[in-house]
Unconditional design. Structure first.
Length: 569
């Protein structure tokens, strides 16, 4: 985006804003935003067709790295000729869910399961749900987002991960002066502050003086320059940066031999410095107060977020969204994100490429994936493999897609890289490691460790992990562990099964040409479908549901629409 394009809007907002030295109060929710960012109403959503409602829900949940299985949203027993919604008032329910905190006991239990913490508080590799061989602080937010039910806790972890990948909060792990501790500090701080409802101004003010920020800026003058650029969107500030550096001259970052620590010179500044035409500062604290209280802060922060979520929209569209949200009085990241995500403009009118996380994690949820499937590299190592090159599996490493996690100083680009190499790795990783490995979503019997509370020992037990196709056979003999088809697949027509698979990946039913071609392929060429009971109707042959899913998903992975957040209108 042209940096200069924001100047007229930001200047206008600055002139109409409150005293720039004082943080603004008040609050906002998605429901009281007016104008361009007005929310999609429940009545308009509920008036949509069942398929359109599922597209909106999948778009919203996919953005949040979540998904909804087809059999939960639709009444599968009614077929898909005229699909019926089972998960009614979905938009309102999702909007409510992201405002509700999880019970502390439930959250703690999930956190312990993720890392394999026993009842005594000790780590035990036989109990852990995930393995983190690389940089745990980068992978952990993804694990929590997947395991937490839709809730404010999942929402906050998603926002923290999102922000830590922007220029405003990137830990810049690529730099020699930063390390994984800075990643952990920033993500943890973001989660805690948003959980406690701190305003954007309070959060930026607390971020600026941290060693995590200084390890990226590295010098007093650059510290001032980056504060203007990152948080105010001001890029022509050479003299202001020099004066800001004077105000911060008592602080410096030590060299590598001394561990890149934040230290003081003991020679503070005693002369007031005029910055940004209107503000006199003497110390670095004064500079931080100006940045956090400046009228350009909220428009700039909102603009950064909108540029990611609404990539592909015109500059005018995005500026109108900024003005609408800032004008509503939104002053927390939670309010800003909620206003964007639940807006009519985002849900109905925005189309852009999906990130690898959006595509993959929404599929994991929709296809009922479980880390215990132990299939390929999409197993308990998945999030470690995605975020860190040290995870040992380049096939799904985000860095090979130009989409590094919390690594680059400038954060991620506001657009998903779609050059030939980045997209080839994106497609190859998703197709080969998930969609064509049906063991990752069929459901199966696995062996897991469980703590015996009486003895403290870890017992190995077999359980059925339900998936898209198989679930537990509750009619099996006592003591036996067995699987059976999911109830919604027991007598499903082949055409309905194909539509279920299409909805699971493309969020639409197969069109007439696709349906005819695939039915011919599976009946005549591959013999996956035939009239098994001689009643004149075609059936999916026993044991071939996974074969049909694999080939259908392979087809879906070759369509451009599979990689896009789509416009509903």
């Amino acid at each position: 985006m042209n940096k200069l394009a924001l100047v007229p809007l930001l200047a206008a907002l600055a002139l109409s804003g409150c005293n720039p030295g004082q943080p603004s109060g008040g609050g906002s929710s998605a429901s009281n935003v007016r104008g361009t960012a007005a929310p999609l109403s429940d009545s308009d959503f509920n008036a949509m067709s069942a398929e359109q409602q599922y597209q909106v829900v999948s778009k919203l949940l996919g953005t949040l790295y979540k998904g909804m299985p087809v059999d939960e949203f639709f009444d599968v027993s009614a077929g898909f000729d005229d699909p019926q919604v089972a998960y009614t008032n979905a938009l309102a329910r999702i909007r409510q869910a992201v405002t509700e905190d999880m019970p502390a006991v439930e959250r703690d239990a999930i956190d312990r399961a993720i890392d394999g913490i026993d009842s005594e508080g000790n780590p035990n590799e036989e109990l852990n749900m995930y393995t983190f061989d690389g940089d745990r602080p980068r992978a952990l937010p993804l694990a929590r987002m997947h395991e937490y039910p839709l809730s404010r806790d999942a929402y906050i972890n998603w926002m923290a991960y999102f922000l830590a990948n922007t220029i405003m909060y990137s830990p810049a792990l690529e730099m020699e002066s930063t390390d994984i501790v800075n990643v952990q500090n920033i993500v943890r701080r973001l989660v805690e502050q948003m959980t406690n409802g701190l305003s954007v101004r309070q959060m930026v003010r607390s971020q600026l003086p941290t060693i995590d920020r200084w390890r990226v800026s590295r010098s007093a003058e650059n510290h001032a320059l980056e504060a203007y650029e990152l948080y105010l969107g001001l890029f022509d500030t050479e003299e202001d940066s020099r004066r800001g550096g004077i105000a911060c001259k008592d602080l410096y970052l030590t060299d590598e031999d001394q561990g890149y620590q934040l230290a003081r010179t003991d020679f503070p500044n005693y002369e007031e410095q005029l910055i940004l035409d209107n503000y006199y500062v003497m110390t670095c604290d004064d500079l931080h107060d100006v940045i956090a209280g400046h009228p350009l802060l909220l428009p700039r922060v909102t603009e950064v977020i909108i540029n990611y979520l609404m990539d592909g929209r015109t500059i005018g569209d995005r500026l109108a969204m900024v003005e609408s949200i800032v004008g509503s009085g939104a002053d927390t990241f939670e309010e800003i994100f909620t206003a964007i995500l639940f807006s009519r403009e985002y849900l109905l009118n925005t189309e852009r490429p999906r990130s690898f996380e959006e595509t993959t994690m929404s599929l994991l949820a929709t296809l009922k994936w479980d880390p215990r499937f132990n299939e390929g590299i999409v197993d308990e190592r998945i999030f470690d493999n995605m975020t860190s090159s040290e995870g040992g599996a380049q096939a799904i490493y985000l860095g090979t897609m130009g989409w590094h996690s919390m690594a680059l100083k400038i954060g991620r680009t506001p657009f998903v890289p779609m050059d030939a190499l980045s997209f080839a790795n994106y497609h190859k990783g998703l197709r080969e490691q998930l969609l064509r490995r049906s063991g990752a979503y069929t459901g199966e019997i696995v062996t897991v460790g469980r703590e015996n509370i009486d003895t403290g020992e870890i017992d190995e037990v077999q359980i059925v992990v339900p998936g898209l196709i198989l679930t537990e056979d509750t009619d099996a003999d006592p003591g036996d562990v067995d699987t059976k088809l999911q109830p919604y697949l027991a007598d499903i027509r082949p055409q309905d099964y194909l539509n279920l698979l299409f909805l699971s990946t493309l969020h639409r039913r197969a069109d007439s040409e696709e349906m005819a071609d695939l039915m011919t392929l599976f009946e005549d060429d591959l013999n996956f479908i035939r009239d098994d009971d001689d009643d004149g109707d075609l059936d999916v042959r026993t044991g071939f549901h996974d074969d049909i899913a694999r080939e259908t998903f392979d087809y879906a992975s070759r369509l451009p629409e599979f990689y896009y957040v789509k416009s509903i209108n």
